[in-house]
Design a protein around this ligand. Structure first.
Ligand code: FES
Length: 578
């Protein structure tokens, strides 16, 4: 890691605002005093920004109101000056069209908040799916000392004798409800049990995947991502994070010191060993490119091929995050795959990843499996290519019924999500379990916001016959808590003329996960004729953020970042502002 001399109080970035004997600095100091601080409380101290993604519609972060006080406690104790800076909360459940549509907006807000205020280091409070990559993307671009504070997963919950898992059991019981096996009253009762505490989803969904990835990258206190939100040690971790931020301000430890290509390869390895979310691919690609690391889909497929899935966590396995914490958490898991990691990667602690792991133990081999008894030997995620997805698409084989991993069947095509909702249960379609369900216009531009529609619904009459999985293809994403033989992130998307736009009812589609192929079985001449007939749909926005999004968002294989935010080597985190 780049080792810089420790800063003196005069060298702090905030000293440019608060130090000089001039008119502007008088204004800054006088406004500190307007807020009730005396000179000795801030003079010569590093200013630690705390970016808080709390809001009243952010249930996964409802404890952040309290946690921010604990971070401040740590900052004060370590001799810093804490300032809370509320930023946009990306609430996975409430935001429409999808929180992903706003990930880049939070990344931009993070970048500009860090740039414009007198901050020496920042604590990034995130957890619910898109908040984590967004905060890290913005902080990486500015490259101020940054430490991530993970929200932590919800606690366990059970209902009518069954342990529940966020998301995964919503899909399971909804299928039961649609199949006529769950009453309306039971469904309503379930609402009160499925999310039983503060914290993010307690499966190995996107939130757990991304928090664990950031832990592996070395951007939070070691093991912090596994601590349940309501556990007393979570509050202690928050205070320790505040203290560490102060140390990082003096030591000038920056994100780009830590976010190297090898660190990202470690994060991908962790994602695969965890059986993590497909969403992690898009986010890690975007985060890496902000750090100047050119990750691509093939990196994920290559690492998946040599990494066993050893976390027995839902949706691929049996347990939830509280069990994972009790079993040793991310540190225990990483120690079990030490040989697959680059252990000399630096971290925010000033130690290497290997030193942080120490002799971390696993306490329950059912939850974190031994290497000789993995959940599956390899292939947690697979990247497919073919004439239907020239730039790639992904599938999570571990979450699919194995007989569908090699499948050939006729397509049934839905032109968009409203069309899917209107017709999927129509018996006149006469679908069978062999059909391949195709959804168009669900990608970054088509939906817009590449929503988590990718676990396309199985027709009600097939559910009633006991069908639980079918091959489904879309340019959408899928919740990390979802499951099934769902081919996702088809790139380029149908809305911009990707081949998915040309599929018609009855076309034969061949999926072969072992061969990594997805093929539309029509001849080249017919394919060319359809391409010729295809017409670009009109864009939906003429102004505002939507217009910016439409003009700048990249495809799924490129991370869905905005083109104009890509790392180009010309970033100036500290323009001459005075
Ligand atoms: Fe926030 Fe699942 S809804 S992590």
């Amino acid at each position: 890691m780049t080792s810089r001399p420790r800063k003196t109080p005069e060298q702090l970035r905030s000293a440019r605002w608060l130090g000089p004997d001039d008119l502007r600095s008088f204004g800054h100091r006088s406004r500190h005093k307007q807020m009730g601080y005396s000179t000795d409380e801030f003079e010569g101290k590093p200013v630690i920004g705390i970016l808080n993604t709390w809001n009243d519609l952010m249930p996964c972060h409802m404890h952040f109101k309290q946690r921010v006080e604990e971070v401040k406690r740590g900052v004060w104790q370590a001799g810093g000056f804490p300032v809370e800076l509320p930023v946009m909360g990306l609430s996975e459940t409430y935001m429409k069209p999808t929180s992903m549509y706003y990930r880049n907006m939070l990344a931009m807000e993070t970048e500009e908040t860090l740039r414009c205020y007198p901050l020496d280091a920042v604590v990034l409070m995130g957890g619910c799916d898109k908040t984590t990559p967004a905060l890290l993307m913005g902080a990486t671009t500015v490259d101020l000392p940054s430490i991530y504070l993970p929200a932590g997963p919800m606690t366990r919950s059970s209902w009518r004798g069954e342990q529940l898992a966020s998301g995964s059991d919503v899909w399971k019981y909804w299928a039961e409800r649609r199949g006529g096996r769950l009453s309306c009253d039971a469904w309503c009762e379930l609402e009160g049990y499925i999310a039983a505490s503060n914290g993010h989803c307690m499966t190995m969904g996107t939130a757990s995947t991304m928090s664990s990835a950031v832990d592996t990258l070395g951007m939070c206190l070691p093991g912090a991502s596994s601590i349940p939100a309501s556990h007393s040690t979570h509050a202690a971790m928050a205070a320790a994070t505040g203290k560490q931020a102060v140390e990082m301000a003096w030591a000038d430890v920056r994100p780009r010191d830590i976010l190297t290509e090898q660190a990202f390869r470690n994060a991908i390895t962790a994602l695969m060993a965890l059986g993590g979310s497909t969403n992690g691919i898009i986010h890690l690609v975007a985060m890496a490119r902000r750090a100047g690391v050119p990750l691509g889909l093939q990196d994920f497929d290559d690492i998946a091929a040599i990494t066993p899935v050893i976390a027995n966590l839902r949706p691929a396995g049996e347990y939830v995050m509280a069990d994972f914490f009790d079993a040793g958490g991310i540190l225990g898991l990483l120690n079990r795959i030490r040989d697959l990691l680059q252990l000399d990667c630096p971290t925010i602690t000033g130690q290497t990843l290997g030193e942080n792991l120490g002799d971390s133990q696993v306490y329950d081999d059912n939850v974190i499996r031994p290497r000789d008894n993995p959940l599956c030997e390899s292939g947690s995620l697979a990247v497919l290519r073919g004439n239907l997805a020239p730039n790639g698409c992904v599938i999570k084989p571990a979450a699919a019924e194995s007989h569908l991993l090699k499948h050939r069947g006729p397509a049934i095509v839905f032109r968009d999500y409203p069309d899917l909702k209107a017709r999927i249960d129509d018996p006149a379609l006469q679908l069978t379990a062999d059909h391949v369900i195709v959804l168009q216009s669900a990608g970054p531009l088509g939906a817009p916001g590449i929503p988590e529609w990718g676990m396309l619904p199985i027709p009600k009459y097939l559910l009633e016959q006991g069908v639980r999985d079918m091959v489904r293809i879309s340019d959408a994403r899928m919740s990390g808590t979802s499951y099934g033989a769902c081919v996702l992130h088809v790139s380029p998307e149908s809305f911009i003329g990707g081949p998915l736009a040309w599929v018609q009812d009855g076309d034969m589609i061949a999926l072969d996960v072992a061969q990594r192929t997805l093929q539309l079985e029509i001849d080249d001449a017919e394919l060319a004729a359809r391409r010729e007939r295809w017409q670009q749909p009109e864009g939906r926005f003429s102004r505002g953020y939507g217009k910016l999004y439409f003009e700048e968002v990249t495809q799924a294989d490129e991370g869905c970042d905005f083109r104009f935010l890509h790392e180009d080597g010309s970033v100036d985190p500290d323009p001459d502002i005075f």
